[in-house]
Design a protein around this ligand. Structure first.
Ligand SMILES: *Cc1c(COP(=O)(O)O)cnc(C)c1O
Length: 392
């Protein structure tokens, strides 16, 4: 008997359910084709949408920042961790996002677990979309505010909640993903903004998958809808399309002042390292200088999606380069993923609890770093394996 017997049992159950996995190992950089477990495969699973993680100028900027500032910042921002490079990044990001101010965090997850509890309190209500990202759910749990959930992107249900509860609370904060990461659909931001006005609510959009993807040169979902100045808290990630690591809140100046005093990841966790900051600054400058990266991404995504649809795959209702291929049953989803890998295409299977039971899918992430040949190869393999497993 061991005190950890319960854990052995849980892991055993994962194996019985066919959802146990070991971590794949990538023996090189994250590009369109990678060396995964020593096998060369087309990589359809990264969030490196624009290929910036390996851009020569971005890598050089990281090296330059290390040479000038060292490897680590040595402290939280409120003590001596606030290097001028980070201040420069925040000014640049505010300009990029066309918002008054930006506050950087160590990751997108850190943003959500830090910002939400800082901006609402006891006596307030959070109204959250049912399909919001796990880090939002965790952020909400850490807050002292009450919580209500509305059906995914269902504006009538959102209004029902607001009608029922608005008057019982001080502040009400509506939280939504900008782009829903498992299906690739967009939040109905214009309608959400209207309801927020009608019921005097604050608005919070986590645009992790919209940053660097939607809007002019990747300015995000808010820019895509032309809603600048209408969303109180816009969360972006620097880990996905920007190709490095980190997260930020774009907002008015007063929000930034408050976050610098109350957001716990800023107060109690060391600031982003110089290499990351230097690289991010270069990535954002590249994006601001040209639409070539986003153009290539969207061109690749449309190309790949059209081919899969033509073969008869169910690619859901994505409006972004996120391309889900719906399978359904958990074990079958994992089997599909495994068979694709054996043929040289890596797409991770996404199953419960990441998505609801019975909606297992392969989530293809298309990137500007893919060549047409990479995508053609992947489509061919999808056709072969899909037919073999009776999915098409
Ligand atoms: C990926 C993601 C995050 C986490 O971002 P990291 O920078 O990787 O921590 C947060 N929110 C959403 C909606 C995401 O998709």
């Amino acid at each position: 008997m061991s005190k950890l017997d319960y854990m052995y049992k849980q892991v055993d159950q994962l194996k019985k359910d066919g959802v146990y996995r070991t971590l794949p190992i990538n023996y090189g950089p994250c590009t369109g084709v990678i060396e995964l477990n020593h096998k060369t495969v087309v990589n359809l699973s990264s969030n490196n949408y624009l290929g910036l993680a390996t851009h020569p100028k971005v890598k050089q900027a990281a090296i330059d920042a290390v040479n000038k500032y060292g490897a680590g910042t040595g402290s939280v921002r409120t003590i001596v961790g606030n290097q001028d490079l980070l201040e420069e990044l925040e000014i640049l990001l505010a300009k990029f996002k066309r918002e008054e101010a930006v506050t950087c965090f160590q990751s997108g997850l850190n943003c959500n677990i830090g910002a939400i509890q800082a901006i609402v309190n006891k006596g307030d209500l959070i109204v959250s979309d049912a399909l919001n990202h796990a880090s939002i759910i965790d952020g909400v749990k850490l807050s002292k505010a009450d919580k209500a959930v509305f059906k995914h992107s269902d504006m009538q249900d959102l209004e029902r909640v607001l009608k029922e509860k608005r008057t019982d609370y001080n502040n009400v904060l509506i939280i939504t993903d900008g782009v829903f990461s498992m299906d690739g659909d967009l939040a109905k931001l214009p309608e959400i903004v209207q309801l927020a006005k009608k019921y005097e609510c604050l608005t919070y959009v986590d645009d992790a998958h919209g940053s660097g993807v939607l809007g002019e040169s990747g300015r995000g979902t808010v820019d895509h809808y032309g809603l600048h100045g209408e969303i109180d808290f816009i969360i972006g990630t620097l880990s996905k399309a920007i190709g490095v690591i980190g997260g930020y809140v774009a907002s008015s100046k007063i929000v930034k002042e408050w976050l610098l005093h109350r957001a716990r990841p800023i107060l109690f966790s060391t600031a982003l390292p110089p290499a990351a900051i230097g690289a991010i600054i270069e990535s954002v400058k590249l994006l601001m200088g040209s639409t070539e990266f986003t153009d290539k991404l969207w061109d690749n995504a449309r190309y790949f999606k059209a081919k899969l649809k033509k073969l008869g795959f169910d690619t859901g209702h994505s409006e972004t380069p996120i391309t889900p291929v719906l399978v359904g049953e958990e074990a079958k989803t994992m089997e599909f993923s495994k068979a694709l890998l054996a043929e040289g295409v890596f797409v991770s299977g996404i199953v419960f609890p990441t998505v609801p039971k019975g909606t297992g899918r392969l989530r293809c992430m298309i990137s500007a770093s893919h060549t047409k040949e990479d995508l053609d190869f992947a489509v061919k393999v999808f056709e072969k394996v899909g037919k073999k497993l009776n999915i098409i």
